[in-house]
Design a protein around this ligand. Sequence first.
Ligand code: AMP
Ligand code: MG
Length: 410
Amino acid sequence: MTTLCPPDHPALLPLTGALQQMLAAIQPVADHQQLPLTAAFDRVLAEDCRAQLATPPFDTAAMDGYALRASDCASPLTIVGRVLAGDANALAVGPGGAVRIMTGAAVPPELDLVVMQEQAEVEGDQLRVPADGRSGDHIRRAGSEVAVGEVLASVGTRIGPRHIALLASQGIASVRVYRRPRVAVLSTGNELVTVGEPLQSGQIYDSNRPMMLALLQRLDVEVIDLGRIADDPEALSQALADAASRADAIISSGGVSVGEADFVRPLLAQLGQVNFWKLAIKPGKPFAFGRIGQAWFFGLPGNPVSAMVTFDQLAAQGLRRLAGEQPQPPQLLPAMAGGSFKKQPGRLDLQRVNATIDEGRLTLTANGPQGSAQLTSLTRADGLVHLQQDRGAVGPGEPVMFEPFSPLLR
Ligand code: AMP
Ligand code: MG
């Protein structure tokens, strides 16, 4: 693959184009595993899961009541037996006969109507039901929901509680899933101190690595934590080569801009390839995507808000693809600007906002200053307003699009 942007004079790439390039380049990890169903929770299916049973497996009573022939419902009936859920279907019911039946029980094949018990009049073994009962009422017919062979969950599905329930209902005891991607993570910066250690003059705490580790935990990948690496080309080059030899993807923070201690992007070009660098988004312009050996590389900017936003918008989507999913773009909701938003044309602005419903309309207001180091406004906001690339400042009442924080960031 070639370098798509010359590293020294790259044009700003729009977010959608960057995502398209990234998702077109990344293929799911090649290895699969066969796992017991419950162990496969939150994993990604590596093949379609097909129904091995018809559902329901037999004609099933949907109510507690009485089963009979619909053609008999105008006349008095005789109750000849009882069927509970789990009973084998052993009763034979002649014309004019009915059975007491419970929800989940198999309806005898010669009967075609279940009348709920609230509508039945019973005296001893004599039964009267409303005359307007129709064949099939309150019966879940065998195979009416799922036919044998039907696809229940397709390749690329991340298995959630809903899929576990459906597959278990089919007696599917194990499924084939992709191996979890191995992701190496590192933060760069001489100024960074790990929480728990004292701060010296000129230092700050490393907040990006704990943030990246938390996000990776939510993404259910295997993590290789390479710690904090100094702004030293030698040390960085070693760390990146080590990461590339062990991981399917590498995520770093810092050092991808144009400062004198920003070695990550030049090293990426030297050790591997830069697919793109510099995006038309704010925050998050200096984001690098590329490859070192067999490992995909996501270089997040150092500023904490830029790091989190680009992780969510880009790196997380790349990792989902690597994990076998077919990532979808976030769903944006139409909204109204509740105040004005400062903006220059040229980049897609993702500003932190609070959302309220005003007279039935979703209304957004900026959550304080939007500095890309200001984490407080991330924790206090409800999501991001998308202010399109070519747009300038936005006035109150103008239409805008809202992206609630993704489940990853909540
Ligand atoms: P850089 O992208 O390395 O030029 O860093 C940009 C800004 O983000 C600088 O103010 C850094 O101190 C800060 N920064 C970089 N990495 C981290 C980190 N891991 N945690 C918190 N702040 C960081
Ligand atoms: Mg730095």
